[in-house]
Write a protein that binds this ligand. Structure first.
Ligand SMILES: C[S@@+](CC[C@H](N)C(=O)[O-])C[C@H]1O[C@@H](n2cnc3c(N)ncnc32)[C@H](O)[C@@H]1O
Length: 285
């Protein structure tokens, strides 16, 4: 068991430090961590990341309650909590929330939001693939938009099984952001034509060209480089030892609420993408 939140130790363990790219052990995980740190400043400006309406907030509450039932003060670990969007949703529902992320810049934003809301959420620095917590530490684990970028999901899911208590729950919210369906490709083509005729608003890119290139390069090397399909993720969770696995694609109310704050084509695409929630239980014995 690793149980160490000391920042310098953590950085050394990850091979992370300023100028880390010059270090011989700088690897894919360090690149991913650095990418998200550089992404932190503008992360919450993007609809689909932070929540822009009460309709969306209520829709997230419904999804989480559908999978987890009443919070009743249970402990939850928000894996890769980022700027704390999901941590705050869980806090609103009455869970005792710990957020774990390996990006200090993301954590700083999450902590600032908790301070602004006057809420006590315990945001910690750590790797969601090697969790610095004892076995069976949490009643519930939740993660949104982490699985697609995991380096070693099979080992990671075993690690998640370790830290959730027997009988406890896991909820994964994610999507396949790589393989576009026919509808999405059609929307992209029509949107490109519409923009040429100035009938559609140009998307102001949420990533600079440099960040977009780093994103593309990282994505080409992670395990789910061909997209994290719900069935594949569910099968791997089963192999790791999770049971009662439920793939839920009823995220329409969330996506419709998000779409109202997006350019038309992006909002339309959002509603037909391969996005899902998967919940699972750790067997009680
Ligand atoms: C797309 S953001 C999602 C943030 C948050 N879950 C949300 O949905 O708003 C991805 C986050 O995962 C974090 N992350 C990625 N891999 C991680 C890992 N192995 N351990 C801890 N954090 C990780 C990044 O630092 C970043 O904050």
């Amino acid at each position: 068991m690793v149980n160490n939140y000391d920042l310098d130790t953590f950085k050394t363990g990850m091979g992370m430090a300023s100028g880390a790219s010059t270090r011989s052990n700088y690897g894919l995980r360090d690149e991913i961590q650095a990418f998200w740190s550089d992404r932190a400043a503008t992360f919450d400006e993007v609809p689909g990341h932070e929540i822009f309406s009460e309709a969306e907030r209520r829709a997230w509450h419904r999804l989480l309650t559908r999978h987890l039932g009443p919070a009743s003060g249970r402990s939850v670990l928000d894996l890769a909590s980022g700027t704390g969007v999901v941590s705050h949703l869980l806090d609103e529902l009455g869970f005792a929330v710990t957020g774990l992320d390996w990006s200090e810049a993301m954590l700083a934003r999450a902590k600032a939001k908790a301070a602004a809301r006057g809420r006590r959420i315990d945001f910690r620095l750590g790797d969601a693939e090697r969790i610095p917590e004892a076995d069976a530490s949490f009643d519930v684990l939740v993660c949104r938009h982490l699985v697609w970028t995991l380096v070693d999901p099979a080992a990671c899911f075993s690690e998640w099984l370790r830290v959730v208590r027997p009988g406890g729950s896991l909820v994964v919210v994610d999507g396949d952001f790589v393989r576009l369906g026919f509808g999405e490709r059609l929307i992209q083509r029509l949107d490109a034509i519409a923009r040429r005729w100035r009938l559609s608003r140009e998307l102001s890119p949420s990533l600079t060209a440099e960040l977009a290139e780093r994103h593309r390069s990282i994505l080409s090397r992670v395990y789910f480089r061909d997209g994290a399909r719900a069935e594949d993720v569910a099968a791997m969770l089963g192999q790791a030892g999770f049971a009662d696995i439920w793939i839920d694609r009823r995220l329409g109310d969330i996506h419709r609420a998000q779409a109202r704050h997006m350019p038309f084509a992006k909002g339309l695409s959002r509603q037909i993408q391969h996005r899902y929630a998967i919940s699972a239980l750790k067997p009680a014995t």
